[in-house]
Design a protein around this ligand. Structure first.
Ligand SMILES: NC(=O)c1ccc[n+]([C@@H]2O[C@H](COP(=O)([O-])OP(=O)(O)OC[C@H]3O[C@@H](n4cnc5c(N)ncnc54)[C@H](O)[C@@H]3O)[C@@H](O)[C@H]2O)c1
Length: 403
């Protein structure tokens, strides 16, 4: 069997390389620039090391005709939201249509992109049928298997996470399970239906989002009470069943996005998802909240806000990764700009070029001096080594604010 993986990003590339230990693989991406880098053994997502490309039976290509050589196809393309926080399936449907055009009798297609329950069967499979002229179940098989990797996490890697799989029928479920079983050491969970597998993935991330939103709300309340949220959580955490979550900015392409997919589907079915939307509202408001709190404190120090300069440490969407997509640090920066505050941004992981392209911001090589406030926006490991002496050395005076 030859496997094709469509979309060689955070999810697709490690998956393609893992399968290439057992099967001949076609790694397909529409972006030729990414294919050129990957062919040289460079991961455009900066997650994989060059040695992980060595000795694998894999052909990288940007030509969709090569997909015909494979009989088992895995689609792992982005599923973002639009400017109105609604699911944007354009990329997924384009990739599906492209695979549909190359589909042959007895092929199998697995979707790994995160979607709302129902999307695979209502949108993707009909498109595969339309483009191929084949009938799902009878002529080809399809299924859904969500990806659960966590960028930057070197412990819970692809093969060490239980893989949830599902199929359009029992035969599909069997083929898909047996294929993934060859690479997943942690084992396979056979879900009862495609919708169950889709729902399982989306609630994993929605649950995290809601829990973090609760922590963020607590931090707003405790801030008003002049108590330190971290100390409260440390004390509460001594109870065996207290959940281990912290306040923070929720960005990236998963946790801050997936709940909107579920809320969209719920609304389509006539239910307005209160808790999910509240969680999203709280988390999406945190960037502006952080900036406003800082501005208030600068004013309280009798400083002129329009002459103040703030240092923001970290712009990636989470710690120790280079990914800046949907980073909520940008909300903090925008809010500062709206008050006329000058902002310097540094980040040891983010690419200067990408930050300029994505947000129009100039990343500084390193911090200078004379900051009225310093915001540790991302918990990069390099920052946890810094001490108070360092921060006072780059602040305006001893009254500086560290947030
Ligand atoms: N990044 C993660 O850690 C993670 C974890 C779990 C689930 N997911 C989900 O997996 C899916 C993929 O996310 P990602 O982070 O790997 O995305 P990504 O942006 O890193 O990579 C996607 C790749 O798909 C390519 N692409 C776009 N359109 C294409 C097309 N028509 N044909 C072929 N290739 C195409 C892009 O050029 C890019 O290389 C999303 O649904 C995401 O929500 C991601």
């Amino acid at each position: 069997m030859k496997i094709s993986v469509i979309g060689l990003g955070y999810v697709g590339l490690p998956l393609a390389l893992e399968f290439a230990k057992h099967f001949p693989v076609i790694g397909f991406d529409i972006r030729e620039d990414r294919i050129k880098l990957i062919e040289k053994g460079e991961d455009p997502s900066h997650e994989l090391l060059p040695e992980e490309f060595m000795g694998k039976n894999i052909q990288f290509t940007a030509d969709p005709k090569n997909l015909k050589k494979a009989s088992f196809h895995i689609i792992a393309v982005p599923t973002p939201i639009d400017d109105h926080n609604l699911p944007d399936l354009t990329i997924l449907l384009n990739a599906t249509s492209l695979v549909g055009k190359q589909l042959k009798k007895d092929d199998c297609v697995v979707f790994e992109s995160t979607v709302y329950p129902g999307c695979t069967e209502e949108e993707c499979i009909p498109l595969l049928e339309k483009e191929s002229g084949l009938c799902c179940g009878k002529d080809f098989k399809a299924g859904f298997s969500p990806e659960r990797i966590n960028p930057g996490d070197r412990e819970h890697t692809l093969t060490k996470i239980v893989k949830v799989v599902s199929g359009c029928d029992d035969e599909a479920l069997d083929i898909i399970s047996k294929t993934y079983e060859l690479i997943i050491e942690a084992g396979i969970h056979r879900a009862g239906s495609i919708k169950i597998a889709e729902a399982a993935k989306i609630i994993e991330n929605t649950q995290r989002d809601i829990n973090i939103a609760f922590m963020n709300e607590l931090s707003i309340i405790f801030n008003r009470m002049n108590i330190n949220t971290y100390e409260v959580l440390e004390a509460a955490g001594t109870k065996w069943n207290f959940l281990n979550f912290f306040p923070g900015l929720v960005g990236g392409h998963c946790i801050g996005v997936d709940p909107y997919y579920l809320a969209f589907k719920a609304k389509e079915l006539g239910y307005h998802a209160q808790i999910i939307n509240s969680g999203r509202f709280v988390n999406d408001s945190m960037g502006a909240y952080i900036a406003k709190q800082t501005v208030k404190k600068i004013i309280a120090q009798k400083k002129n806000v329009s002459e103040a300069t703030v240092l923001i440490m970290g712009i990636t969407f989470k710690e120790n990764v280079s990914d800046i997509r949907n980073s909520k640090v940008v909300d903090v920066i925008k809010e500062f700009y709206s008050f006329g505050v000058k902002v310097d941004v540094i980040d040891p992981y983010a690419s200067k070029k990408e930050v300029k392209k994505e947000f129009g911001l100039d990343l500084k090589e390193k911090a200078s001096k004379g900051y009225d406030a310093i915001i540790l926006a991302v918990n990069h490991k390099e920052y946890s080594m810094l001490n108070e002496e360092y921060f006072t050395s780059i602040a305006t005076d001893k009254q500086f604010l560290l947030i």
